[in-house]
Write a protein that binds this ligand. Structure first.
Ligand code: ADP
Ligand code: MG
Length: 486
């Protein structure tokens, strides 16, 4: 069993306690309570209705697609979906919030407790509890860099549906927290309830962290706000844990605070303390009835839930005979898994898995392309594998062909033909060539025959050179063994 990372202080070891709150932008065409569009990158204030701008007398109408997405996500988190939930007003003033309150869910969220299994590497897993998932509106955005004297407000984001997913304080180090965040991103992408793009802000994370001596009660936590990458979240937690340990060991007390992480300096700094925390004066929004969801609707989405990464990984292991590692790599992203399944159909699955992971993914990484934008599609890669399998090209040549397909396009067979890369397996043809090498290099032959066996490789090299690397190495080996015996 993997032991969580413990930290060394001046006075002994410390444990971390971490809980994450994730804001996931719901993938749907319109806003949570209005019909405005939600496209990313639209010009400022081009996707704002009277409801989003909070004009007097405007009434919110719940978007049923957003509710469906929350139900699906709840099922994927093995959570209880509540038949009745309530939308509350969370009251605060900020220039990007024209309503003067955010519509959220407080006491009665749409989704209650659940759990996920996270992967900690080397086949180790851990179950992390989910406290709740609720629906809420996003706020607008202040733009401070558009005008020398004024700040401007863009309300495109105002009213966009968010799912806030709150974990239990079950994580014990930054590796576990990172694995949890990656797992949640994978889940929402698998079911299509959020695109999971952290760099576009579709998925954001607040990390709560406290430290304690092993076995003691939980300590006072700090909340690190709005972190937009897995890597930064892990770094922020690490920095914050050491900061808290230093305070306690110096005789001080950790203050319950909201803090901001600065990735450039790799440090956290205080935003507000508990005393400054808002009293949001939550109350049920009188413009919205309680949200009733029928048992049939809940069940329908449960039945329609697609295969998720855990099940897919297990199936890849049993159906295709893949190792845990290969199956895990291929199923982390559904698009990768789908690609593999297309290519491996009626082909040697282990070979295909290995080739995709080592050569294809490496190439995608190198040119920073996602699988959707790969110049080599699944069926094209499949054709290349057929050429390897039927002996038309050697494994080594196949890599060369693949690079050509990837950079300049074209089918595998065309490239093999036009570049003369077809593997020569014809024994007669190769035997004539090898005989000539032996005749021309009597000195080497004598050395080999008098015991210098290392020279065998040199003969293979000559044969490959003569054929531009297209000789079938297995056949060449057999012929050489026979002829060099003398
Ligand atoms: P709040 O209502 O202030 O947001 P919650 O009880 O909802 O507080 O907790 C928010 C997050 O903080 C949850 O993810 C929870 O797991 C985590 N959390 C709670 N207590 C601690 C603690 N002592 N240390 C670390 N994380 C904690
Ligand atoms: Mg909370």
């Amino acid at each position: 069993m993997r032991e969580p990372i413990k930290l060394k202080g001046e006075t002994g070891t410390w444990e971390m306690v971490i809980g994450l709150e994730i804001h996931a932008q719901v993938k749907c065409k319109s806003k949570l309570f209005s019909g405005s569009a939600t496209d990313f990158g639209a010009s400022p204030n081009s996707q704002v209705s009277y409801v989003d701008a909070a004009m007097p007398g405007m009434l919110p109408v719940i978007n049923s697609e957003a509710v469906n997405q929350a139900i699906k996500t709840g099922h994927a988190l093995n959570a209880k979906i509540n038949n009745v939930s309530i939308f509350d007003r969370k009251n605060y003033f900020y220039p990007d919030l024209p309503q003067g309150y955010q519509i959220s869910q407080f006491k009665s969220p749409i989704v209650g407790e659940g759990w996920v299994i996270v992967d900690l590497g080397k086949g180790e897993t851990k179950k992390i509890g989910i406290e709740r998932l609720h629906l809420e509106q996003d706020a607008g955005k202040l733009m401070h860099d558009q005008h020398p004297k004024l700040s401007l407000v863009d309300l495109n984001r105002s009213g966009i549906p968010l799912m806030e997913i709150v974990s239990m304080p079950d994580m014990r180090d930054w590796e576990e927290a990172g694995a949890y965040l990656r797992k949640l991103r994978s889940i929402v992408r698998y079911i299509g309830s959020c695109d999971g793009n952290m760099d576009e802000g579709s998925l954001r994370c607040d990390a709560n962290i406290s430290v304690r001596r092993p076995g003691e009660e939980f300590g006072t936590r700090c909340e690190l706000k709005n972190i937009n990458s897995v890597k930064y979240m892990m770094k922020a937690v690490e920095y914050e844990a050491y900061r808290q340990i230093e305070i306690i060991e110096g005789g001080g007390k950790v203050l319950q605070q909201t803090r901001l992480y600065d990735p450039n300096k790799n440090e956290t700094r205080s935003m507000r303390s508990k005393e400054e925390a808002h009293d949001y004066r939550y109350f049920p929004d009188p413009d919205l009835l309680p949200l009733h969801i029928s048992a049939e609707r809940i069940e329908k989405f449960k039945q329609e839930l697609p295969e998720l990464s855990d099940q897919k990984r297990e199936r890849f292991q049993s159906e295709y005979g893949l190792s845990f590692y290969d199956a895990d790599v291929l199923t982390a992203d559904k698009k990768h898994a789908d690609f593999f399944e297309v290519v491996s159909k009626n082909r040697d699955a282990k070979f295909v898995a290995n080739w995709i992971i080592t050569n294809f993914f490496a190439m995608l990484n190198e040119v920073e392309k996602s699988i959707e934008n790969s110049p080599v599609k699944a069926d094209q890669l499949g054709e290349l594998f057929d050429l390897i399998q039927d002996g038309t090209v050697s494994g080594r040549t196949a890599k060369e062909v693949f690079e050509e397909m990837f950079t300049n396009g074209g089918s595998a067979l065309e490239i093999v033909k036009s570049k003369g890369l077809k593997q020569i397996s014809n024994t007669d043809e190769l035997e004539d060539m090898v005989k000539k090498i032996i005749d021309d290099n009597q000195e080497q032959v004598n050395k080999y025959r008098s015991g210098n066996e290392k020279l065998f490789g040199w003969f293979v090299g000559q044969a490959m050179k003569n054929t531009g690397g297209t000789a079938n190495p297995k056949v060449v080996n057999e012929i050489l063994l026979k002829l060099l015996k003398g």
